[in-house]
Ligand binder design. Structure first.
Ligand SMILES: Nc1ncnc2c1ncn2[C@@H]1O[C@H](COP(=O)(O)OP(=O)(O)O)[C@@H](O)[C@H]1O
Ligand SMILES: [Mg+2]
Length: 294
């Protein structure tokens, strides 16, 4: 986004860093997004003392070691942000505590973290900090992977037939507007499978038309509010995780929970599946207990 004279900074984007490659990628993504949104960037490293709580080591030595390590992680991350977006306002902070708890409690307009960190085992797709922060933070959480991909000029959002996707839609429309990207409205539907009543049949043409109507109704108010955003309707007879991860987008936006799981400590199964299988950044936007659109 271009900042006009007189524009004020709005928002605080926080990138959580631990020195890993995915966390470096998160810093770059966060710096780009801070520029687009006209927001400030804060880089946070949480110093977790639990693994070092061993009394036979002299405490002052550990303190010094941990402080130095945290300083190095923050310094490296800050350098990445400044090289990437020299005009974005950047600050760093080192905070003591349990990483997932500290991060999800930050007051930010957005949290950006890697899909993995320095502590994961080979083959793990998602770290524990990633999962907990994505499920429990009050603000949108963007999960970034280390592998960079070519820009497509398109972002995708999952649309379902409940109000729980409203905050995700709001986030997605705003991202599309700021990027001048096409917004792909992805709605997957499946007919119920009756293992014991195979004679139950459906008119697929009718179901398809009804599902398209679901999307139109759901996004009508957003379309009116963001007339400049170019939309692509993508209604598929598929599993939602397949539908959301099979198209190549620059960003996939999903709600944190589906219908009926509000207030849960866990992510909904679609959000979790998308986080596991996506090859691009994923924004998980908290589903709020509210009804209504823009
Ligand atoms: N101590 C920390 N301070 C700040 N951010 C962290 C910290 N640990 C992890 N993160 C963030 O969470 C992401 C995922 O890390 P994590 O869930 O710990 O994965 P792993 O289990 O592979 O270490 C990291 O890329 C980083 O963005
Ligand atoms: Mg870790």
């Amino acid at each position: 986004m271009r900042l006009d004279e007189g524009d004020i900074m709005t928002g605080l984007i926080i990138a959580g860093v631990d020195g890993s490659a995915p966390s470096d990628a998160a810093v770059e993504w966060a710096a780009d997004d801070a520029l687009r949104a006209g927001a400030e960037l804060r880089i946070v490293h949480v110093v977790d003392r639990r693994p070092y709580d061993i009394t036979r080591f002299p405490v002052s030595d550990q303190e010094d070691h941990l402080r130095k390590a945290a300083g190095k992680v923050l310094e490296a991350a800050e350098a990445i942000a400044r090289v990437r977006q020299p005009t974005v306002e950047v600050s760093t902070r080192s905070i003591e505590g349990v990483p997932s708890a500290v991060l999800r409690e930050q007051e930010a307009s957005e949290l950006v973290i890697g899909n993995r960190g320095v502590g994961g085992f080979v083959g793990a797709l998602l770290g524990s900090v990633t999962m907990e922060v994505a499920a429990q933070a009050g603000c949108p959480v963007v999960v970034v992977r280390a592998e960079q991909r070519e820009k497509r000029g398109e972002i995708g959002v999952g649309v379902d037939d409940s109000d729980t996707c409203e905050p995700a839609l709001g986030y997605a429309f705003e991202q599309a507007r700021q990027r001048g990207a096409t917004l792909r409205l992805i709605h997957a539907w499946q007919v119920p499978v009756h293992a014991f009543a195979p004679e139950v049949s459906y008119d697929l043409g009718e179901v398809r038309a009804a599902q398209r109507e679901v999307v139109r109704k759901r996004i009508a108010a957003w379309r009116a509010r963001y007339p400049e955003v170019n939309l692509a309707e993508d209604v598929q007879n598929a599993h939602p995780v397949d539908a959301l991860t099979s198209t190549t987008c620059d960003l996939i936006v999903v709600g944190s929970h589906g219908r009926g799981a509000l207030g849960s400590l866990f992510l909904g199964s679609v959000s979790r599946g998308v986080l596991h299988h996506a090859r691009c950044p994923v924004a998980v936007v908290r589903s709020q207990e509210f009804v209504g659109g823009p």
